[in-house]
Design a binder for this molecule. Structure first.
Ligand code: SF4
Ligand code: SF4
Length: 175
């Protein structure tokens, strides 16, 4: 005599099995016509990339497209506004003293595109408008670490600093 609990478990098992088989058949019903080329079901629903026919370019994208970021480091003041507003903290900035005491030397300015969510907040907060979105969207690389892109001027070397110091001493030196 099968108890009620065992009977319910057997029913649930076969019900699940039936659902699994039905699901598989639905999948086969979709894929097999594509496989053997039956009528309308065999239409292309994928797009080759890059598309050799229409070959979409960056110019085809809307003007306010948020592509990969670019920082014009000549205009960047190293104010840190962008890194402070970034919700994921993927902008790294290191400032040093440069030849002009009034301006920061932005030694490191990197964006980790593996974390960036392309929200645009950094661009909006950049007063000198040095930081901008490009329309570039193809950023695939083989190593995740390569998605960290630098725009900084590099750390100042001792030799460079000495050169600036001597230039500062000369009367005709203008910053
Ligand atoms: S677009 Fe958004 S997530 Fe990306 S660096 Fe700027 S603020 Fe950060
Ligand atoms: S907000 Fe603009 S100027 Fe300020 S550190 Fe960022 S990129 Fe440079």
């Amino acid at each position: 005599m099968i108890s009620g609990a065992i009977f319910s478990a057997i029913v649930a098992y076969f019900r699940g099995l039936g659902r699994g088989i039905a699901s598989s058949l639905r999948a086969v019903k979709t894929t097999v016509p594509y496989l053997v080329g039956w009528g309308e079901l065999r239409k292309e629903i994928t797009e080759q990339y890059p598309d050799p026919v229409s070959s979409r370019t960056e110019d085809d994208l809307p003007p306010r497209t948020r592509g990969l970021l670019f920082n014009d480091i000549e205009r960047c003041t190293g104010c840190l506004a962008c890194s402070k507003v970034c919700p994921v903290g993927c902008i790294e900035i290191e400032n040093e003293a440069g030849p002009d005491p009034e301006k920061k030397w932005v030694a490191v300015f990197s964006v980790d595109f593996s974390q960036c969510i392309f929200c645009g907040l950094c661009v909006e907060s950049c007063q000198p408008a040095s930081l901008m979105h490009t329309k570039q969207y193809e950023g695939s690389v083989y190593r995740v670490s390569d998605l960290k892109v630098g725009f900084g001027r590099g750390h100042v070397t001792q030799e460079q600093r000495e050169k600036w110091d001597s230039m500062r001493k000369s009367e005709d030196f203008v910053f």
